[in-house]
Design a protein around this ligand. Structure first.
Ligand code: SAH
Length: 212
């Protein structure tokens, strides 16, 4: 299969899973997932499957990345926080839609490797930090949008506190070894609203920084 056909199938798979937002589809088309998957799995980068990355983590399934991005309703003025940089792929997609993206991971090695890809692609509006993302980034708060790509049992309080009024947070919640739910939290003038989107499966949100 040649590159063009691979790309056509990739975009078709996204549409058939319910990705209809043209800005999200354009971002998925412009960022090459192949640059974020290394080693023996690299040739499967254009399939709609999650794949292993370093540090025992996973790069999410492209259709899940796209559906979460769509649910986040990112506008070009938004400042976005992502918890769980992993390969950097989700942050790269967000960088096409937002003004500024902050992304944090507890594994220093993943942040280092993702940052090298951001630099190579000249994605200058992404800042990556090694940190325990459960506490958010108080210095950069508040955020218009927050996305977690690791599952918490409940939405972490510090992250809810760093969500601006009118802001949206999308995250998987539930036990790590069970099916989790993708949740959309909206902060209105009078409080938080919760909407359950779909069942998902993510690696767990874990405490503490890893110096690797
Ligand atoms: N968004 C990624 C996939 C992330 S996998 C991508 O596009 O490739 C989930 C990531 O969350 C893992 O890299 C894991 O190290 C990270 N993680 C888990 N708990 C965390 C925490 N408390 N703070 C920051 N990152 C965390």
């Amino acid at each position: 299969m040649d590159k063009a056909e691979q790309k056509m199938r990739f975009l078709y798979a996204l549409r058939s899973k319910g990705v209809t937002d043209t800005r999200v589809l354009a971002a998925m088309e412009s960022i090459d997932r192949g640059l974020f998957v290394r080693g023996i799995f690299a040739d499967r980068a254009y399939e709609d499957v999650p794949l292993p990355i370093a540090c025992g983590q996973t790069i999410s399934q492209p259709s899940v990345v796209a559906l979460m991005t769509q649910a986040l309703e990112v506008s070009p003025r938004d400042k976005v926080l992502e918890v769980g940089t992993g390969s950097g792929y989700q942050a790269a997609i967000l960088s096409q839609l937002a003004r500024r993206v902050y992304t944090v991971d507890r594994h220093k090695r993943l942040v280092r490797e993702a940052d090298a890809v951001f630099k190579a692609l000249d994605l200058a509006n992404i800042t990556a930090f090694a940190a325990d993302g459960s506490f958010g980034l108080p210095d950069q708060a508040p955020f218009d949008r927050i996305i977690l790509t690791a599952a918490a049992e409940d939405p972490p309080g510090p992250l809810l506190a760093q969500l601006r009024i009118g802001g949206i947070m999308v995250l998987p919640v539930g036990q790590s070894d069970a099916v989790q739910s993708l949740i959309k939290v909206t902060r209105g003038e009078s409080g938080l609203e919760y909407e359950e989107l779909r069942p998902v499966r993510f690696v767990p949100l874990v405490e503490g920084l890893v110096q690797d």
